[in-house]
Design a protein around this ligand. Structure first.
Ligand SMILES: *Cc1c(COP(=O)(O)O)cnc(C)c1O
Length: 382
């Protein structure tokens, strides 16, 4: 039943009815006073969400547009950057940096393991000539369900003194605490189809004062993603090009919902759902793929042992109309991922756990745990 399909993937995430309805009106002129008012209000709300006094710019494009904008607006040809890579999105950063001819040093960790902040510290301390222009990493690595220690790595970057820190916070912003100013983050990238509880189409890039200073010297090629244009337009509560106007309508509604809920409540909702998903899976006897103590509140990656993860995923979708995410690249068939990001409630989490448990039992006759998963999850949620 397509109409009943529940998304439990890490983006796109489910969207509240009121957010959807906001899109379904006639577009208005993007140079109109009415639109400028929306830009003004949402810009302030975005600062609240990022816990920053810096400008947060909205780009019409997917999350990768914000990531790319962060790189090409702060860096210059041939500059040295250090990229963290412990999953698919870390790899994406490396690809973007290399596409623009930057000199990339990679700090790796196995998929499922967190990046080691000590490795960043050592590299930054050894850089006495201050050749490193940026440290670039993914906060919540969606492909593996790992939450990297952005706060500690950012501290090491501050100690370096010259390097910027550029972070993909696409599945951490609006899911857990990402206080941009307090942690000293220079560029924070995010996208609408994640914690924002919106359809895809808008992305957001927040830039610190240090990032804007670097922007003045940056000589990488850019046009549509030239953030100077967005910044100048933002002064007039406007956009340099025709933005996805109808998505701005829904942005305001979703940010209103988040503000009404409150940041702490939003974070604890995600933490509860994460805890329930982990407890449920472990009670069924399935192991969590990501390292303990380093797990993302947005997504739980599960290793279903002697069941092919893709078979399980297909059965859960066909029988229960719940869409789980699969493993990417070498993890395909080995893990499945439960998205509990964005507009997800307790019922969604309980239903997903019950569906997974029932499916495990039908695919593996030796594996009979009737009710254990749901019991463990319900205990946490109650
Ligand atoms: C979803 C996601 C992105 C953005 O991907 P787009 O398809 O470009 O929106 C970037 N980083 C992470 C960690 C993500 O989960």
């Amino acid at each position: 039943m397509q109409e009943k399909l529940t998304l439990m993937i890490p983006g796109p995430t489910p969207v509240p009815e009121s957010v959807l309805q906001a899109i379904g009106r006639h577009p208005i002129g993007h140079r109109s006073g009415e639109f400028q008012e929306i830009v003004k209000r949402t810009s302030n709300q975005l600062k609240w969400l990022h816990q920053t006094n810096s400008e947060v710019l909205t780009i019409t494009g997917s999350g990768t547009a914000a990531m790319e904008a962060g790189i090409i607006n702060t860096l210059s040809r041939g500059e040295k950057v250090v990229c963290g890579e412990n999953g698919k999105f870390g790899e994406r950063w490396v690809k973007v940096a290399k596409a623009y001819g930057l000199n990339v040093e990679i700090v790796r960790a196995d998929w499922g393991q967190p990046l080691n902040p000590e490795e960043f510290r050592a590299i930054l301390e050894a850089d006495t000539n201050k050749e490193i222009s940026a440290v670039i990493l993914t906060h919540s690595e969606t492909s593996t369900g790992v939450l990297n220690d952005l706060q500690t790595i950012s501290k090491h970057v501050q100690d370096h003194g010259k390097s910027l820190i550029i972070a993909d916070c696409v599945t951490s912003l609006g899911a857990c605490n990402v206080p941009m100013d307090k942690w000293g983050l220079d560029v924070v990238a995010s996208g609408s189809q994640k914690g924002y509880m919106m359809p895809p189409g808008l992305s957001f890039v927040a830039m610190s004062d240090r990032a804007w200073q670097a922007c003045e010297k940056s000589d990488l090629p850019k046009f549509y993603l030239d953030l100077n244009l967005y910044r100048q337009a933002a002064i007039k509560n406007s956009n340099p090009f025709t933005p996805a106007i109808n998505l701005f309508f829904s942005l305001e509604v979703s940010l209103n919902l988040l503000q009404k809920e409150g940041l702490d409540a939003v974070f604890s909702r995600h933490a509860r759902h994460q805890a329930a998903a982990i407890a449920g899976m472990e009670a069924i006897g399935l192991s969590i793929f990501s390292a303990k103590g380093h797990r993302s509140p947005a997504i739980t990656a599960v290793n279903p042992k002697n069941i092919n993860a893709e078979d399980l995923r297909k059965a859960v979708k066909e029988k229960y109309d719940i869409l789980l995410a699969g493993g990417q690249d070498h993890l395909k068939g080995q893990i499945f991922r439960i998205g509990h990001l964005g507009f997800v409630n307790d019922r969604d989490v309980l239903a997903a756990i019950a569906a997974i448990e029932a499916t495990v039992q039908s695919l593996d006759k030796k594996h009979q745990t009737t009710g254990d998963g749901i019991k463990a999850a319900a205990k946490i949620l109650s």
